[in-house]
Design a protein around this ligand. Structure first.
Ligand code: FA5
Length: 345
C-alpha cells in the first residue's frame, strides 16, 4: 500500500518544479521540453498516476482532486507562456517585415506599347484628324460579311485567295478587316469616312513575312464624286505621316472583287533597300497597301445607291508596315513574346 502523504508530496513537488521550469523557459522549444517531461505520456505526472491505483479506495478522492489540480495548473501555465511566446514571435516577424513606404523606390521599369499598337495609335490619330471614325469589328465573322457582301459569292475563285479558318458553326475567323467596311456602311450610311484596325487570320504557312495572325487597318470613304485622285492623296498622307521621310512606292493594278479599279501599293523594302532579302522575297518590294474604288455591287449590297455615291477603300498590312518602319527582318519576332525584342521599342 502506498502512502497518501508520499504521493501528495510528489505531486506538490512536481507542481513547484514544473512551474519554476516553465517560468524560466526562454523559448518555445524549452517550454515544450518541460511540458513533455511533466505532462507527456511518459512524463512525471503519468508516472505518479500509476501509483494512484495502489491507494486505498477511501483515499483516492482526495488524491484525485490534487492530481487534477496539479494537472490544470501546469496546463494553464504552459498555455499562457506558449501564447506569450507566439505573440513575441509575431511581433519580431512584423518588425522584420516593416516597410518604409516613404523611401525612394528601387526603380520600376515601365512597360511599353507593342510596336504594332504604337503604329495603330498614330494612324488612328492621323485619320481621326481628317474626319474618319474608328470602328472595331468582330474577329469571329459571318460568311456574309467576310465574303458575300464584298462581292465574293460562294464558289467565287477569290475565296481561295485567302485560306480561311472555318468554325464548326459556319462562322469564320475574319481573313481581312474588309468586313468592317460592310458593317460601317450599314451602320453609318453615306457619306462616311472610317478606318478599322484589327487582327486578321489566315491558314497560311508562316515565314519571314507571313503570319497566321496579323494586323490590318482598313480604310474607307464614301461620298459624292470620289476618285482615284482622292485615294492617292490619302495614301500619300498616310505614308508621309508614318515614315516622316521619303519612301519609294509603286502603284500597280491589283485584283480584289470588292474594288474596281483595284491597285497594289508596294513599298521599296527598307530591310534590304531594294536589293532583295527574305522579307521581300528577293523582289525588293513589299506589298503593303492594296486599295481601289469601291465596287458598285459592294455599295448596293449594303444599301447604298452606286448611282449617287462612290468611294475608295484600302487594306493596309499593319504588321508589315511595323516591320518596314522599325526595320524588323522577321514577322515572327512581333508575336514571339520575347521581352528582349519588345524592350527595344
Ligand atoms: C486584303 O486583305 C484586302 N482585304 C485588302 C483591300 C482592302 C483591298 C480594301 C482593296 C480594298 P491582301 O490579302 O493583299 O488584301 O492583304 C492586305 C495586306 O495585308 C497585304 O498587303 C499584307 O501587307 C498584309 N498581309 C496579308 N497576308 C498577310 C500575312 N499572312 N501576314 C502578314 N501580313 C499579311
Amino acid at each position: 500500500m502506498i502512502a497518501v502523504e508520499m504521493i501528495s508530496e510528489q505531486l506538490e513537488e512536481l507542481r513547484r518544479a514544473a512551474l519554476a521550469a516553465f517560468a524560466s523557459s526562454l523559448s518555445m522549444e524549452e517550454l515544450e521540453e518541460v511540458r513533455v517531461q511533466a505532462l507527456g505520456r511518459k512524463g512525471t505526472l503519468a508516472q505518479i498516476s500509476k501509483d494512484f491505483g495502489k491507494l486505498a479506495p477511501g483515499e483516492r478522492a482526495a488524491v484525485g482532486k490534487l492530481l487534477n489540480s496539479v494537472k490544470q495548473d501546469l496546463e494553464s501555465e504552459y498555455e499562457t507562456k506558449k501564447h506569450r511566446f507566439a505573440e513575441s514571435e509575431l511581433a519580431a516577424r512584423l518588425a522584420g517585415e516593416w516597410i518604409d513606404v516613404t523611401l525612394p523606390s528601387s526603380g520600376v521599369r515601365p512597360g511599353s506599347l507593342h510596336p504594332v499598337t504604337q503604329l495603330q495609335n498614330e494612324i488612328e490619330d492621323l485619320f481621326t484628324s481628317l474626319g474618319f471614325a474608328v470602328l472595331y469589328g468582330p474577329e469571329v465573322e459571318t460568311e456574309e460579311h467576310n465574303f458575300d457582301a464584298l462581292n465574293i459569292p460562294p464558289a467565287h475563285p477569290a475565296r481561295d485567295m485567302q485560306d480561311t479558318f472555318w468554325l464548326s458553326d459556319g462562322h469564320l475567323l475574319r481573313t481581312h478587316t474588309s468586313p468592317v467596311q460592310v458593317r460601317g456602311m450599314r451602320l453609318l450610311g453615306p457619306p462616311l469616312r472610317l478606318i478599322a484596325p484589327g487582327r486578321a487570320f489566315r491558314n497560311e504557312e508562316v515565314d519571314a513575312s507571313h503570319e497566321h495572325t496579323f494586323y490590318q487597318l482598313e480604310g474607307m470613304m464614301v461620298d459624292r464624286d470620289v476618285s482615284v485622285a482622292n485615294l492617292i492623296y490619302f495614301m500619300k498622307t498616310l505614308l508621309s505621316g508614318i515614315f516622316h521621310r521619303e519612301v519609294t512606292v509603286r502603284l500597280r493594278p491589283g485584283y480584289f472583287p470588292f474594288v474596281e479599279p483595284g491597285f497594289e501599293l508596294d513599298i521599296r523594302c527598307v530591310i534590304c533597300d531594294g536589293a532583295g532579302c527574305p522579307v521581300c522575297k528577293q523582289s525588293g518590294w513589299v506589298e503593303l497597301l492594296p486599295c481601289g474604288l469601291v465596287h458598285p455591287n459592294v455599295l448596293r449590297l449594303s444599301g447604298i445607291d452606286p448611282e449617287q455615291w462612290g468611294g475608295f477603300a484600302f487594306g493596309l498590312g499593319l504588321t508589315r508596315l511595323a516591320m518596314m518602319r522599325y526595320g524588323i527582318d522577321d514577322i515572327r519576332h512581333l508575336q514571339g513574346g520575347d521581352l528582349r525584342f519588345l524592350n527595344q521599342f
